[in-house]
Design a protein around this ligand. Structure first.
Ligand code: UGA
Length: 456
């Protein structure tokens, strides 16, 4: 199929490159020339494991990148995968989606049926908005000449490529029979895994360990599909907030949240995933999606109080981490805190909205000095938090220099193998708070750390 993907960011680039890797002639359009140039040079515009490899394998063969919209005319399907950031009132800002719709309307082929796929996370009803913009600009008739469908992405940053090839489900919201047929054809290789053996040889650098479960191709109407995305992210956020609050209770009761989570997760109705304790959830998805979902529920006078509770519990968790350090160290004025991890989770350079963005200002306001390290996210964190007074370290071990506490916020795998021996000797006070319960507690205690996790 001829695929066009509008947007070369975290959603657009992964979607575009993956469909090119599956054998479709795919063009990624982005108005940012820098991103387009990077892709054309075989470089990834974001840090996402496997993405650069796939770009190098496909560029100029099945993958193309451009700042121009003319290629839209050849497309069978056009993905809209642009950003939908949070507007000042907490709702999703649809400016980029509307601009994309206008450009699609200006360039869409008037002599063939085209499917426009909303991949970005968009509020319920946006499909209709996109459809009317395209109709108005092009003069075409919706559902006769083109159709807008909803096909929300469920990609996790850090394992996004794998999530495209091996999703649990593919949700397609379509109100049009021809559009449904085209979507079935587009996703047939993923649902049937027909060429996967060949692809796994071709892309042997990637992890092709397929789960047994074949993805479910789930069809519904456009508005319902749009809501499924918010309902899913909202539910996952509730799940994490639940275990985070449980962690606090465990500390009071002297019980171990790791075992509580394990015991709960063994019930197949609950499941073990997304029960990992943290200093709270963050990222470019959960905060904006829970905010939009809650506003939507208020607007329709059907308040999702449980989502509001999860948001409040999340901020409380950020504060709890600081309170815990104070309980151990006392007054933080003049103390040095070494932070490990500035991204919202490992295996991404995405530092747009992270736990550190909330916890560091709180620590600074109490007079603490901050020195920090992240393997991929330092540049972006600096860019989005230019006013924070932070000493950025060249290597992870340096955060320990004369520090009174090491605070691990993101569980990058490489943090497991740091020279902890050197670090414990560099510290002024050997205290470590591991908010992900990730490091080897026994080893760290043996070499002289006062180790604390969360809820253990
Ligand atoms: C999330 C969803 O998981 C994806 O399905 C969805 O497509 C994506 O949002 C999106 O809307 O685009 P992502 O934001 O990449 O994906 O990250 P997650 O892996 O969901 O993690 C979100 C936050 O929750 C991170 O800060 C993570 O560290 C935290 N988390 C996750 C926990 O604290 N505990 C857990 O058990 C799991």
């Amino acid at each position: 199929m001829n695929v066009v993907c509008v947007g070369g960011g975290y959603v657009g680039s992964v979607t575009g490159v993956s469909f090119a890797a599956l054998g479709n002639k795919t063009t990624v359009i982005d108005i940012n020339k820098e991103k387009v140039d990077l892709i054309n040079c075989g470089k990834s515009p974001i840090y996402e494991p496997g993405l650069e490899f796939l770009i190098q394998q496909t560029i100029g063969k099945s993958l193309y990148a451009t700042t121009e919209y003319h290629c839209i005319a050849e497309a069978d399907v056009i993905f809209i995968g642009v950003e939908t950031p949070t507007a000042p009132d907490g709702s999703a800002d649809l400016k980029c989606v509307k601009n994309a719709a206008m450009s699609i309307g200006e360039n869409i082929n008037k002599n063939k049926f085209t499917v426009i796929i909303n991949k970005s996370t968009i509020p319920t009803g946006t499909g209709e908005v996109v459809s009317s913009i395209v109709a108005e600009v092009s003069g075409l008739i919706p559902e006769k000449d083109f159709s807008v469908v909803s096909n929300p992405e469920f990609l996790r940053e850090g394992s996004a490529i794998w999530d495209v090839f091996f999703p649990d489900r593919i949700v397609v919201g379509a109100n049009n029979q021809i559009a449904k047929e085209i979507m079935r054809k587009l996703y047939k290789p993923v649902v049937t895994r027909e060429n996967y053996h060949k692809l796994s040889e071709q892309y042997s650098n990637l992890n092709w360990e397929a789960p047994e479960k074949i993805p479910v191709f789930f069809e519904t109407d456009v508005k319902t599909a749009e809501l499924i995305k918010y309902a899913s992210n909202g539910f996952l956020a509730v799940k994490i907030s639940y275990i985070n609050e449980m962690a606090k209770l465990c500390e009071k009761l002297g019980t171990n949240v790791l075992d509580v989570a394990k015991g709960m997760g063994l019930d197949s109705r609950i499941g073990s995933r997304f029960l990992e304790v943290s200093s709270g959830w963050q990222g470019s998805c959960f905060p904006k999606d829970t905010s939009e979902l809650y506003l939507l529920s208020e607007k329709y006078e059907s308040e999702l109080s449980i989502v509001k509770a999860a948001i409040d519990a999340n901020f409380a968790m950020h504060r709890y981490v600081v309170e815990k350090i104070i309980r151990f160290l006392g007054c933080l004025n003049g103390k040095i805190i070494g932070i490990l991890g500035l991204t919202f989770k490992p295996n991404t350079d995405d530092a747009r909205k992270t736990q550190a963005e909330f916890i560091i200002p709180h620590l600074l306001s109490l007079g603490a000095n901050i020195q920090a390290f992240d393997p991929q996210g330092m540049e972006m964190f600096k860019k989005f938090n230019p006013d924070l007074d932070i000493k950025y370290c060249d290597k992870a071990e340096d955060v320990a220099q004369r520090a009174d506490c090491i605070l691990l916020l993101t569980h990058w795998q490489e943090f497991k193998n740091l020279n902890w021996h050197e670090m414990v000797n560099s510290l002024r006070f050997p205290y470590i708070l591991d908010t992900r319960n990730f490091l080897n507690k026994q080893y760290l205690e043996e070499i002289g750390f006062y180790y604390q996790g969360l809820g253990t």
